[in-house]
Write a protein that binds this ligand. Sequence first.
Ligand code: SF4
Length: 244
Amino acid sequence: MNTCKASISAIESLGAVDGPGLRTVLFFNGCKLRCKYCHNPENWRMQEDNYTVDEIKEKILRFKPYYGENGGVTFSGGEPLLHSDFIIELSKVLKNDDIHLALDTAGIGNGNYDELLKLMDLIIFDIKDITDIGYKMLTGGSINSSIEFIEAAKRLSKKFWIRLVIVPGIHDTKEYMENLNKYIKKHFDLKAIERIEFLPYHKLGTEKYEKYHIENPYKDMEAMDKNKCDELYNYFMKIYESDQ
Ligand code: SF4
């Protein structure tokens, strides 16, 4: 019996966007960052632990027949790294059932990531910004902490999917794309990157800020134009692939 507990805000039975195939996604409470574009501000605060490893395992094993060849489980949030002990315990159990495990993270936890990373098959990593000042301005956190995580995953040869939310006025220039290309090439092992995704900033979280009485720094920010985001992505991929 494993009674290790964690605070989980939601469980998506079978999601199709957070990793390969169909996956059960666990959204953990708690995050040290305060990204101005966050659409889940209700997950920022740590809440009371509400699930044991055994309870989650039982749910996951019910969904396992739908995972097919590529699917599995994704740990998301909030910031799942704040629940390392729980995720390590659960992952050991799930690995016995040969379930593919992905970690969706900004890389801002409490350090000592190796034990958890060794159990992961894929890291879905959020690049928030590419300079210390920009990172601080957008998230309140330090880019160096996120780079420490990247370094740990790199040492263990982990596979990456990289994600970046494109915010108008911050990330939406060709010059930014050129600097992003340099940043990725400096900090990641390119052979380990399976996918790079741009997510256009959207306004879907706006009502949550009102509901939970949280000040919304992007109340008046326009959503990112999807076509422009696609154009930037194409531009980025061209330079990314051309000088590899
Ligand atoms: S890391 Fe994710 S959960 Fe945390 S503030 Fe940023 S967007 Fe929100």
